[in-house]
Structures are given as C-alpha cells and as structure tokens.
Design a protein around this ligand. Sequence first.
Ligand code: SAM
Length: 259
Amino acid sequence: MLSYQHAYHAGNMADVHKHTLLAWMLDYLTRKDKPLSYIETHAGRGLYDLSGAEAVKTGEAASGIALADRWFAQDHPYARALKKVRATHGDTAYPGSPLIAQSLLRPTDSIRLADLHPQEYDALRRVARSQNTQVFRQDGFELAHSICPPTPRRGLLLIDPSYEIRDDYDRLPKILGTLHQKWNVGVLALWYPILTSAEHLPMVAALKAGFDTALCSEVRFPPARKGHRMVGSGMFIINPPYGLEDQVAWLNKKFATLR
Ligand code: SAM
C-alpha cells in the first residue's frame, strides 16, 4: 500500500537540488539536434500548488524554492521550466519532474512516465497529456527494464523513489547495474535522501564501488521540521553529461549559504 504523496514535499530543498540538476542535464542533451528518450520510474502527479493545503501544512516549499528562487538567472533551465509552467498554471504552481521534462524537451523527444499510485497516475495522465508523452500505471522498475535500451537511444532515466519500501536501498545498486548493462549510453540518475539514520550510506557505498566514473552530488540543508530525518539530498548519476561537475560545484556554493 503506497501512502507517500509528493504534494506535501513539492518544492522543498531536495526538489530544488534534484530538479536543478535534471533541468540542466535535459537542457544540455537538447543542444544536439537529435531526438532523445526521457524515462521516469517514479513520476508523481507532475504539477503541485504551493498555496494548497498540503504544501502549507509542511511549509517545505516556503523553506525550499521560495528561498532558492533568487539563486537562478532567468535563462537557467530550471528557472525557464518554472516560468513556463507558471505562465500556464499560475504563480503558485510548481512543476514536478515530468513537467520540467515536458517544458524543456522537444516534440521529437519521447517521454515515458510511470507512477503506481492510482491518484498520482490519474492526475499525471491529465496534466502531462501530450503527443510525445506516455504515462503508465505500472511499477517503474518493471517499465524501465521492459523499455531499456529505449528508442531513441540517447537520453536520460530518472529514478526518484519514495523509499517507502526498505528494500529499495538494498536493491537499487543491482537495478542500476542491470539497466546500465542494457543501456550503456543512457544517463541514469538516482535521487536519494541523506538521513540522520545513515540508512542511505550502504547503498551509496555500493553504487560508488560499482560505478567509478559516476558523479555523486550531495547537498545539505536544515531539516524541514525539528527532528525531521532528512538533512540533505543526493543524486547519483551514471554517464553524467559533460560540464555537469561545474553545475554541481555552483549548486554546492548556493546550498552552503543555508548553513
Ligand atoms: N519524481 C517526482 C518529482 O520530482 O516531481 C516525485 C516522485 S515521488 C518522490 C515518488 C512517487 O513514486 C510517488 O508518486 C509514488 O506514488 C510513486 N511510486 C512508489 N512506488 C512506485 C513504484 N514501484 N513504481 C512507480 N511509482 C511508484
């Protein structure tokens, strides 16, 4: 039974970290005039209202994108995606990763999104309706295994689990290994939380041991609430696009100002 709902967390500092790197990578990949595949295993509902009851209840967006907004120049791909989505859906809208991808990708690119939660899937299907987009109510790992290597062959896969299932930490290094074997040119990006319990550490160690040329970006931020276990955000990226290190270094400096 899935209970995680991203509406409570949309636009928090973990989203700012994940979505900045995602937007930068998609923008980089579209600089070449060749179509690409974007695949997401855990897509969420795609669009959030930061003035909605869920966001107001946790206050995570208020200490997330509301603070970080000023870090971004207008032509940064993340700022461009935010602007585009807000122009259509209003000033308090916040795009999830599927809408960030739709904002930055081209009609010739292929977008495939999975979410297993019935309500998240329904909402996503409504908001992400587009010629180049397919939405699946399916286990995201099953979808990725079934379509990798995708057509077009260039592209990016985002894995952004809610880690409701403890096993995820144990099985992710193997899942990434299999997907990398099937799609050796694909950019594979995994998000994970940095937890006071250190639960993520064995997974990160296994990933680093398995993929020595991958890029691992970790940022820290104050917990959303007193006693909140998440104190940072990690992105592990296999086949990182050229120049991503500079974006990571820039982001590190911005997050350092929060301490
Ligand atoms: N990637 C989204 C974003 O950045 O806007 C947020 C996704 S949220 C962290 C995780 C989502 O995964 C939830 O909507 C949940 O319903 C979904 N989910 C959980 N287990 C899943 C599975 N096995 N396959 C597909 N979706 C799953």
